[in-house]
Design a protein around this ligand. Structure first.
Ligand SMILES: [Zn+2]
Length: 378
């Protein structure tokens, strides 16, 4: 959570740095901007910057407060976000703190996530909100001394969720105790209580530039063509871009599994049909198919070695695919398949005939899958 990780928001970052450097931090800031613009990330970077004890133009990243802020465990950085009823508790008694584990995972996994993403993450059908008890707790907490830092920071994510209960916070927002900074984040400014808006310094965050979205897509296994396609559709919304990456992964993982099935069955008619179909999608898409396949086999291999299907860079659908594969494809076979994919990616890059490449790979794949399971110890 540092400014230098955030691209194309230089102007806003400059304003925030100057506030802190000049010791002119407003007591309440409201970050607002369209979905996927990174407003929550900017707000987190600001909170971390304030807490850092060795800051320059950015947080230092290595001091104790930075390490804690980074893990979302700093005792003076309080998070409030809409929640649902916790098992075994009444809704009216449930607080953000009851979901802190889930929240950490959510915000660190995708800081661009929306309320809807958060609902899906919680597997909830009901709309989360920020309740009366939460507001009472906030006022109590902010009245206490800070633990480790000079500052206490209250970070309210999705301030739209503050219904009329939010009015009980007006006095706190207007005149917080000394060295207290209240940071609110909202996608839809007009859905935030007007009484709250008028008491905050509003920080408008614009959509990301195409270059910034493109740069962040480097973290995923995608071809240049696919990246450009996603950048084009996302229009500066990084959350939409991430969703598109997930879609791509899911479709391709199903396609890979289909291919394995067809190769295993070795029905000549079906096989020729499949080879014709993949030959017609064009070189870039074929390369994407194989490079995704290679990525998938490498992640799958890690799963086989650790037998831990919960921990991998794979989506739920991919993990389901991997579990099905585990019955017939062992570590040796996986290594052979990965080597085959890598080699053939090279052939495709050198403009080999794709029909021949995919037909030969399918036959090789069948051979690998049907070979005897070798002993792990020779
Ligand atoms: Zn630091």
């Amino acid at each position: 959570m540092q400014f230098s990780d955030i691209q194309s928001q230089e102007k806003t970052i400059d304003i925030l740095q100057k506030m802190v450097e000049g010791d002119r931090i407003p007591h309440a800031l409201l970050f607002t901007g369209p979905q996927g613009s990174g407003k929550a990330l900017l707000a987190l970077a600001l909170a971390n910057y304030i807490l850092c004890t060795n800051k320059g133009k950015d947080r230092c990243g290595v001091c104790g407060p930075c390490l804690k802020a980074n893990k979302i465990i700093h005792p003076d950085l309080h998070f409030v976000y809409p929640v649902i009823k916790k098992d075994g508790k009444q809704r009216a008694e449930t607080l953000s703190a009851d979901f802190i584990k889930e929240w950490r995972e959510f915000i660190q996994g995708n800081p661009y996530g929306t309320l809807e993403n958060w609902m899906n993450f919680l597997n909830s059908q009901t709309q989360p909100n920020i309740n009366r008890k939460e507001c009472t707790e906030i006022i109590k907490k902010m009245g206490l001394h800070s633990f480790e830092s000079d500052f206490k920071i209250l970070y309210i994510w999705n301030a739209e969720s503050l219904g009329k209960e939010g009015n009980s916070l007006l006095k706190l927002i207007e005149e917080p105790p000394e060295k207290t900074v209240i940071i609110l984040i909202a996608e839809k400014l007009d859905a935030v209580l007007g009484t709250i808006q008028s008491r905050c310094q509003i920080i408008h965050v614009g959509p990301l530039s195409d270059a910034a979205v493109h740069a962040q897509l480097d973290a995923y296994e995608l071809t240049e063509d696919k990246k450009q396609e996603i950048v084009h559709i996302a229009e500066g919304n990084m959350n939409a871009a991430i969703a598109l990456v997930e879609d791509t992964k899911e479709t391709v993982s199903t396609e890979i599994l289909d291919w394995f099935r067809i190769a295993y069955k070795n029905d000549p008619v079906q096989l020729v049909q499949w080879v014709n179909a993949i030959s017609s999608i064009g070189k870039p898409a074929q390369k994407r198919f194989l490079s995704y396949g290679l990525f998938f086999m490498k992640e799958y291999l890690k799963l086989l070695y650790t037998s831990d299907f919960s921990n991998a860079r794979l989506s739920a659908e991919e993990k389901a695919t991997a579990e099905k594969m585990a019955r017939i494809i062992d570590t040796h076979k996986t290594e052979d398949i990965a080597a085959m994919l890598e080699e053939n990616l090279g052939y495709l890059a050198r403009n080999a005939n794709s029909k021949i490449v995919f037909m030969e790979m399918s036959l090789q794949l069948e051979k690998i899958m049907k070979s005897k399971v070798e002993q792990l110890i020779n």
